[in-house]
Ligand binder design. Structure first.
Ligand code: SAM
Length: 396
């Protein structure tokens, strides 16, 4: 990526100048997404959904939460039965966005299996206070019904370990990433600088850090990938998810017995770090359109990147997680009863054709292979008794 024109707000200029005029891309992404006053998520100005800046599965269709809840119910029943706990089972959601998924889960259980709710403790881990406010508003009706939802960090949970289910839908793609670039057959870390005259942002090379070098070297050695790929041209660049490992480690430490479900845009390593993918997967969205320049309107757009399938699996398994399975979202939702759901919608809304069509369209977008249907569901488990096996209907 070359230097690009930008629309750089004063708050960001001040932060970059304070750090000496150049910050790493990782710090840039962290600021524009998570700065408490001006970041896209930090300030809560993010707007999810088909009328907002970008869609996530739960913000687009309530039927996503319905179908996923069927999987959650199956897991909850098995965990309760096989592991016979006296204490409550936790249902923990990372990065709950506008609260649509959690709200849909409550709705599902209130309608379909009210009894199970007595055994479940609901936790949301959300670092951005702007988003917590949105989630609290969306979930107000369930809070008013007397359900406990804890907004905590993993650290707040203290030494207590959890048994249960952990969800992370489109959360890893919002983690700040490092950018690296191939220049004269050497890898550099990419930073972000400000042009003193125009005030515009541009990419600038920085030396690699030991942490970044080691993380890439480790993955190359263990996964037999080349970064950059052989014969990579000048300027070949990509991103590196430097925080995934520590995130997985913190979860692994915290759960005693349970399932971790990660759902995200994901790419195989051989495609991610290939000659044809010469610019990584970083993408910015506003008003449901791609913003070509990742420096455009910082703090007002979503900024996201795909996860690498093999590195996520490797980082999980090396900690001790077992990979139960990986499945495309389209297949997972079909296995959980998407076809029956379509039929139910038709019957339920037979007197309101336009509503039925719109529900049907949203539901089909969840499985569209060129859209959300290509998302990957990663199901990992950790059970103290290694012989414990759990059935997951989402994986056929
Ligand atoms: C792309 S949105 C996804 C929202 C929601 N899961 C959905 O699917 O609609 C990313 C969410 O992750 C949150 N987030 C960002 N960094 C996080 C972190 N380190 N831990 C937990 N949540 C995080 C953001 O504030 C935001 O709520």
């Amino acid at each position: 990526m070359k230097s690009l024109p930008a629309n750089n707000p004063e708050w960001l200029t001040k932060k970059i100048i304070k750090k000496g005029g150049t910050i790493s891309f990782y710090d840039y992404m962290n600021l524009v997404l998570n700065d408490p006053n001006n970041g896209y998520y930090g300030s809560g100005k993010s707007n999810l959904g088909s009328k907002g800046d970008f869609v996530t599965s739960p913000s687009m269709s309530d039927d996503f939460a319905f179908l996923l809840s069927k999987q959650i119910e199956e897991w909850l029943i098995q965990i309760k039965r096989k592991l016979i706990f006296d204490e409550k089972i936790s249902l923990l959601e990372f990065g709950a966005g506008d609260g649509s998924l959690m709200s849909g889960i409550f709705h599902y259980f209130l309608v379909n299996n009210k009894n199970i709710l007595k055994n479940v403790c609901f936790i949301i881990i959300e670092p951005n206070s702007g988003m917590i406010k949105k989630q609290q508003k969306k979930l107000e009706k369930y809070l008013n019904l007397g359900f406990d939802i804890l907004w905590e960090s993993l650290d707040d949970l203290g030494d207590k370990t959890l048994n249960g289910i952990i969800l992370a839908n489109e959360v890893l793609d919002a983690f700040p990433v490092e950018r690296i670039i191939n220049l004269k057959d050497k890898i550099y870390r990419q930073g972000v600088s400000i042009d003193k005259e125009s005030g515009r942002l541009f990419f600038e090379e920085m030396p690699m850090t030991k942490k970044l070098e080691n993380s890439i070297a480790f993955a190359q050695e263990k996964l037999d990938i080349n970064i950059p790929p052989k014969d990579a041209p000048e300027g070949w660049s990509t991103e590196w998810h430097i925080d995934n490992k520590s995130w997985l480690k913190a979860i692994y430490k915290k759960i005693n017995n349970g399932i971790l479900l990660v759902i995200d845009y994901a790419k195989e390593a051989k495609k991610y770090y290939s000659l044809s993918n010469s610019n990584g997967t970083l993408i910015s969205y506003k008003n449901n359109k791609i913003v070509k320049n990742v420096f455009d309107s910082p703090g007002n757009c979503d900024l996201t990147s795909h996860v690498c399938i093999e590195t996520l699996i490797y980082d999980s398994e090396i900690l001790g997680f077992e990979t139960v399975g990986i499945v495309k979202q389209g297949e997972a939702l079909l296995s959980l009863g998407l076809a029956e759901r379509l039929f139910e919608i038709q019957n339920e809304l037979k007197n309101d054709i336009s509503k039925a069509l719109s529900r049907r369209e949203s539901l089909l977008r969840l499985v569209d292979p060129i859209c959300l249907g290509d998302f990957k569901w990663f199901v990992f488990s950790k059970f103290k008794n290694k012989k414990t096996k759990i059935n997951s209907s989402c994986i056929r």
